[in-house]
Design a protein around this ligand. Structure first.
Ligand code: SF4
Ligand code: SF4
Length: 215
């Protein structure tokens, strides 16, 4: 629920049956605001699809730039401070939002984009017990669509699983940075964080390139 919780500005009180008829009209507003926290798996998928340098796709933002104070586990300790990794925007638009207001990486888009704006809650037995509409931007939807509960459940599971795995990696990274601090070392950089996540190649140490003398 992390991304969804982080961007909730208000939640619509419609019935489950009504909301299951939600249809996106493709206006593109949700690709302009809010900023979208990414997971390492989202980023790896985008990199593999586009061939872009991962650092060119993301931005690391402060707590003043995103409403995630209630989710401290989403912040990575970097040299410049605590940061959340989000998909980069340029001039108020996601870098993948085309001039036609369509997503240019639709099939590979982050899971956060896929779940938006429906926020379902399932019981332990898998029953849909609550369905909310996240109102984080102006969303001119229609209620003439069809969202199968089974598809919502499997997307929800995918999203929560990816988020849990990513948060566990952030926790490991933060432990490492705290240990460095105790040893008097500076926290590592955003690029080091991406290397830790396995999204960029680790930086070669200066020493590693020096060959041992022969003989
Ligand atoms: S990746 Fe695509 S769907 Fe997601 S915010 Fe960007 S343009 Fe929109
Ligand atoms: S704001 Fe709503 S209608 Fe517009 S693209 Fe996003 S989900 Fe679709």
């Amino acid at each position: 629920m992390a991304f969804r919780d982080s961007i909730v500005m208000g939640l619509s009180e419609m019935s489950i049956a009504e909301l299951l008829k939600f249809r996106c009209t493709g206006c593109g507003n949700c690709c302009k605001e809010p900023l979208l926290p990414l997971t390492d798996e989202d980023l790896a998928r985008l990199v593999s699809h586009t061939g872009s340098d991962p650092m060119s796709l993301v931005k690391f933002i402060t707590r003043d730039e995103i409403d995630m104070d209630h989710e401290p586990e989403g912040f990575a300790l970097l040299r410049q401070g605590k940061r959340v990794m989000v998909l980069k925007h340029v001039q108020g638009r996601c870098i993948y939002l085309g001039p036609d207001e369509r997503c240019s990486v639709y099939a590979e888009r982050p899971l956060g984009c896929r779940v938006f704006p429906l926020d379902p809650t399932f019981s332990r037995s898998g029953k849909l017990v609550r369905l909310q509409l996240i109102q984080a931007t102006e969303c001119p939807y229609e209620l003439d669509g069809h969202n199968p509960v089974r598809a919502l459940a499997s997307l929800n599971q995918l999203y929560d699983g990816a988020m849990l795995r990513y948060r566990a990696k952030i926790a490991d990274w933060n432990r490492l940075q705290r240990r460095r601090k105790q040893q008097g070392q500076a926290a590592q950089t955003a690029r080091d964080f991406l290397a830790f996540l396995g999204v960029v190649a680790p930086r070669k140490r200066a020493q590693a390139s020096k060959r041992a003398p022969i003989g």
